[in-house]
Design a protein around this ligand. Structure first.
Ligand SMILES: [Zn+2]
Ligand SMILES: [Zn+2]
Ligand SMILES: [Zn+2]
Length: 137
């Protein structure tokens, strides 16, 4: 029973690996539908949360509150810089953040603290494109 959807999960994992940055379940489902895989949206959701739970994918929430997923090249704890226009993702280390989070948690008597810090912005090409569009308007 647990093995039943293995190929679908593998296909979702592949599609996630091909994606440029963080993607939503809906957009990944749309990609898979173009390839006529017959994988349903509910299966994509299940596969993505399974991959995230097993550490094979990173998940985060967009500023709009949508769950986004990505197959990360970096193992272990890290942070992301994400272009909110094109989805370009840069994996970053943030030693300052690690130290700050630990310090702040212990200051309040918290142990085993975890944190999620991702930065959303515009990458250079997107910022240039936006500036050009505004200039011509
Ligand atoms: Zn990552
Ligand atoms: Zn961009
Ligand atoms: Zn961190």
């Amino acid at each position: 029973m647990a093995q039943r959807n293995t190929w679908q999960r593998e296909r979702v994992r592949e599609a996630l690996g091909d994606a440029r940055g963080f993607v939503s379940a809906q957009s990944l489902h749309a990609t898979l539908r173009e390839e006529n895989t017959g994988i349903g949206l509910a299966t994509v959701y299940r596969a993505l949360s399974g991959l995230a739970a097993s550490g094979d994918a990173d998940s985060l929430q967009s500023p709009e509150g949508e769950a986004l997923y990505r197959a990360c090249s970096t193992e272990g704890h890290h942070h992301h810089l994400i272009c909110r226009s094109c989805g370009l993702t840069v994996e970053i280390e943030a030693k300052d953040v690690e130290a700050w989070a630990k310090r702040t948690a212990s200051l309040h008597g918290f142990s085993e603290a975890e944190h999620v810090v991702d930065i959303f912005g515009l990458c250079t090409p997107c910022a240039k494109q936006r500036a050009a569009a505004e200039g011509s308007a």
